[in-house]
Design a protein around this ligand. Structure first.
Ligand SMILES: NC(=O)c1ccc[n+]([C@@H]2O[C@H](COP(=O)([O-])OP(=O)(O)OC[C@H]3O[C@@H](n4cnc5c(N)ncnc54)[C@H](OP(=O)(O)O)[C@@H]3O)[C@@H](O)[C@H]2O)c1
Length: 144
């Protein structure tokens, strides 16, 4: 059953893992989680301004923040993120699969590599991250 404490996300040693956290909706969700005292494990593309954003968050919110910069279109990205969490003892009980992109125009405007990358980003990484973190997410819902 959801309690007021759960709603506030005040789980001391637990993290929200957010992909695409340096800009747009992912960035906004990171701020909202920090406001609710949720520790953050942030994922973004390399050199996307995440470090500067983390400085802002740390100045304003007393939460623990870990981050990894990785391209989610690379084949082993979900496993790399999962292993990074294991190695750093980052306990994830909230997974926000935010990273993704859309595109405009005709199907034939884009080449094979484009579709391979977008499938990895929008589909493969979402399914594989959810599967990898599934057990830690369900432990939380059983306790709630
Ligand atoms: N805004 C809308 O109207 C709308 C509508 C439907 C669906 N969506 C979906 O909602 C999500 C957020 O939308 P948004 O408007 O905030 O989009 P956005 O500003 O374009 O942000 C997309 C996010 O995806 C991340 N990303 C893109 N390519 C990546 C890659 N190869 N590896 C890792 N991360 C990658 C970026 O991460 P970093 O910048 O952190 O590196 C960025 O934060 C997206 O999945 C989008 O498709 C948005």
């Amino acid at each position: 059953m959801a309690t007021k404490q759960n709603y506030k996300m005040n789980h001391d040693d637990q993290f929200a893992l957010i992909t695409g956290a340096s800009s747009g909706i992912g960035r906004a969700l990171a701020v909202e989680c920090a406001k609710r005292n949720k520790n953050l494990a942030l994922v973004s593309l390399p050199d996307s301004g995440l470090v500067r954003f983390i400085k802002y968050l740390k100045t304003n919110y007393p939460v623990t923040i870990q981050h990894i910069e990785i391209d989610l279109t690379t084949k082993d990205a979900p496993k790399t993120i999962y292993n990074w969490c294991q190695n750093k003892d980052i306990k994830v009980n909230l997974l926000i699969n935010n990273a993704g992109r859309g595109h405009l125009g005709s199907f034939f405007d884009y080449d094979y590599d484009f579709y391979e990358n977008i499938l990895r980003l929008n589909i493969e990484s979402v399914v594989l991250l959810t599967r990898l973190f599934f057990s830690t997410l369900t432990v939380r819902s059983q306790k709630a």
